[in-house]
Design a binder for this molecule. Sequence first.
Ligand code: NI
Length: 171
Amino acid sequence: MSKLDIITLPDPILRQMCVPVERVDDALRRLADDMLEAMYEAPGIGLAAPQVGVSRRLIVLDVSEKDGEKNPIVMVNPEIVHFGDERRSYEEGCLSIPDVKVEIERPAGLTVRFLDRDGRAQQLMAEGLLSTAIQHEIDHLDGRLIIDYLSRLKRDIIVRRFKKQARTETA
Ligand code: NI
């Protein structure tokens, strides 16, 4: 079993603005590896540090095909420096909001800068699912969730459902 539990709505940590990572050291690499493990186990294609209770700017991703070779990506302090003109719509889910899907239109392509697992500066151009996943995970670092793309009414219904669920679980 994974060492990390994935935090779900309505935990307030999901709404916090995460602070930058100051140093890419062994402790951070361990956290990234544990996050990847939790993500694969879930299973999901991306996970952000606040989803495991750490309010830092760190995300992990792997959008490779299920049966293909793994392609884990670790991004420390990711920053989107360019968006393409085309847009793409995708039905997104989130490990912190189980069983909820939201159709979200986002830029189809982007360029992102980040530090890798070894603390080296990298720049990556992404399209398709990877572009969507990067934007979704960076949203998490800013306290933004997929339900924020819904109308207020629909969002409130979902939040209320999760609050009720959390109350029954702790009762
Ligand atoms: Ni998510």
